[in-house]
Design a protein around this ligand. Structure first.
Ligand code: FAD
Length: 514
């Protein structure tokens, strides 16, 4: 039986090193060196350099590869992220009504015996004016007070509040590279010039400038937007979804804090603008700030002007990095003996940080679906591709929901986003159902979704979507119990304020303890 004995990853960014660590840890911890994992990275081609915000799945991934949390915080200059704050997404600035809402990572409280809170919030059971996220979890209240999601005494990657991280992408890749090599990954410093195919159209070898030909049983393309193997050699087509999600450019700045002890935001702030939105991410020593915009609706000069205006005088003298990308994916991430992970396979714009989460998912699927026999590659590829496509399509629906529910009509970008022709039928159908009943767990197939029902609910009701439950009021007889729970959440949030440390204080303490 022809076994897969050698896997070669091309690309040393987040995708390459995360996949390398995952494979090496999972495949070789039981039987050392049973599968050789090598990684080729180019010294002359740089990383993309953005990709600073993650999804809570990262905690499981970092724990699975055996990276100590303190070492990760120091190496990647990481901080905690507890959700996303959306500013000016519902309505334009300076118009009556709330200007922001929060998408927390903690799910709505549902303690034993208490009812599901969403219907009771919809029926007006929470104190008047209380936003959904504020009513159902204490996380909203705690991040407003700059709290960390855990205490120094909590175990690695665990804590009372669900969380992810922010980090510097280059520092993260370097930390993973060191860790990957300690797990047995062989690193080759070389630039791949081309791949040579065998008579079946599979990759026979890759040819590098510095080290000549290298061969393996399976090749993982992590070369970023270049797609050097999956695109150039395997000709796997790219399906653009620009018809749904319009942003395709970014301009990014690295902004120092005014003082060494400036507070660090414990969430990503996303502020809507005339042709897209600005991300604001707090790292240990600087903020990462960037404007993601649609080139069909605005140009690079205006985008840079707006991001500089957002930052203020702290942007003076800082160099701006301009980037191009396209929302979409390769329906065949895996073709023959080549599988693409990371930007080489596809990308959905940065909102909600799905890029690295998709890398984690792909590394997990590759590890667990890896065929025992090389002849089973085709069936495995089909399964892998089906699952990736399903995830992408559901993520795209979720991201589009943020835009199409906006009440903004102050620019062509926002008007075009509500054009039904740009809204996938699957999303339109869900929104139609949710006008008369709230989203339910059964609306989602867990293995195909990245975002669980709670995330859909936080964004739906944060964007002020209306679900009319009045005709069904009698189906919800536990109003008093729900109201007790709303009161309890406010009370517990008060206690937790004393229990959880300040965000910067925790990060600095954990880094000192490394
Ligand atoms: P890269 O980082 O581009 O790495 C490519 C690697 O391939 C490099 O090591 C390079 O040297 C190597 N390489 C390329 N060609 C060759 C060759 N011929 N031979 C040898 N080596 C080669 N994701 C998130 O999860 N959160 C975010 O907040 C986020 N923000 C983003 C913002 C923007 C504007 C964009 C465009 C993306 C963002 N992403 C985000 C996506 C995220 O950046 C990527 O998922 C992540 O950085 C992974 O990149 P990568 O490893 O696929 O590619």
């Amino acid at each position: 039986m022809p076994r897969i004995q050698k896997i070669l990853i091309v690309g040393g960014g987040t995708a390459g090193w995360l996949t390398a660590c995952y494979l090496a840890k999972a495949l070789n911890s039981a039987a050392p060196e049973s599968i050789q994992v090598g990684l080729v990275e180019s010294a002359s081609i740089g990383l993309l350099g953005v990709g600073e915000a993650t999804f809570p799945s990262i905690r499981g991934t970092l724990a699975a590869i055996g990276l100590d949390e303190r070492r990760f915080l120091v190496g990647a200059t990481a901080t905690y992220k507890q959700g996303i704050q959306y500013v000016n997404w519902v309505r334009p600035p300076n118009t009556p009504g709330p200007d922001r809402f929060f998408h927390p990572f903690s799910t709505p409280s549902q303690r034993g015996g208490s009812p599901e809170l969403l219907p009771y919030w919809l029926l007006g059971g929470a104190p008047e004016g209380t936003a959904f996220a504020e009513a159902v979890t204490m996380q909203s209240h705690l991040v407003d007070h700059g709290r960390a999601p855990k205490r120094a005494s909590d175990p690695d990657y665990q804590g009372p509040l669900n969380h992810a991280y922010h980090f510097d992408a280059a520092c993260f890749a370097a930390t993973l590279a060191e860790h990957g090599q300690s797990l047995g990954v062989t690193r080759h410093l070389a630039t791949v010039e081309r791949a040579e195919l065998d008579e079946h159209g599979a990759i026979a070898r890759i040819v590098t400038t510095e080290l000549g030909p290298l061969s393996a049983d399976l090749y993982v393309d992590c070369t970023g937007l270049r797609g050097a193997l999956i695109g150039n050699a395997m000709q796997s087509p790219f399906r653009s979804r620009r018809d749904v999600l319009f942003v395709d450019r970014a301009v990014a700045l690295q902004v120092p804090y005014p003082k060494a002890d400036s507070p660090i935001l414990p969430f990503t702030r996303s502020t809507a603008q005339e042709t897209g939105w600005i991300w604001d991410i707090g790292l240990q020593k600087r903020r990462g700030i960037g404007y993601v915009y649609s080139s069909r609706h605005g140009d690079a000069e205006r985008a840079e002007e707006l991001v500089r205006r957002y930052v203020g005088t702290a942007a003076d003298g800082l160099e701006a990095l301009h980037l191009k990308f396209e929302t979409g994916y390769r329906p065949e991430h895996w073709r023959k003996n080549c599988v693409a992970i990371g930007l080489a396979g596809g990308f959905v714009e940065p909102l909600e940080s799905t890029g690295i989460a998709l890398i984690e998912l792909a590394a997990y699927m590759l590890t667990h679906l890896l065929p025992g026999d090389r002849d089973d590659m085709e069936g495995t590829a089909r399964k892998f591709n089906e699952m990736m496509v399903a995830r992408y399509d559901r993520i795209i629906d979720f991201i589009k929901m943020h835009y199409c529910l906006s009440q903004r009509r102050d620019s062509a970008f926002w008007i075009d986003n509500t054009d039904p022709a740009s809204i996938p039928a699957t999303l339109q159908e869900r929104l139609q159902l949710w006008r008369h009943r709230p989203p339910h767990r059964l609306d989602f197939v867990t293995d195909l979704e990245m975002f669980m029902p709670a995330s859909w609910q936080y964004v739906l009701y944060g964007m002020e979507f209306r679900t009319d439950l009045e005709p069904m009021r009698s189906a919800y007889p536990h109003m008093e119990a729900a109201q007790r729970e709303f009161a309890m959440i406010r009370q517990i949030a008060g206690h937790a304020l004393n229990d959880l440390p300040d965000h910067r204080a925790l990060v600095e303490q954990l880094c000192r303890e490394h």
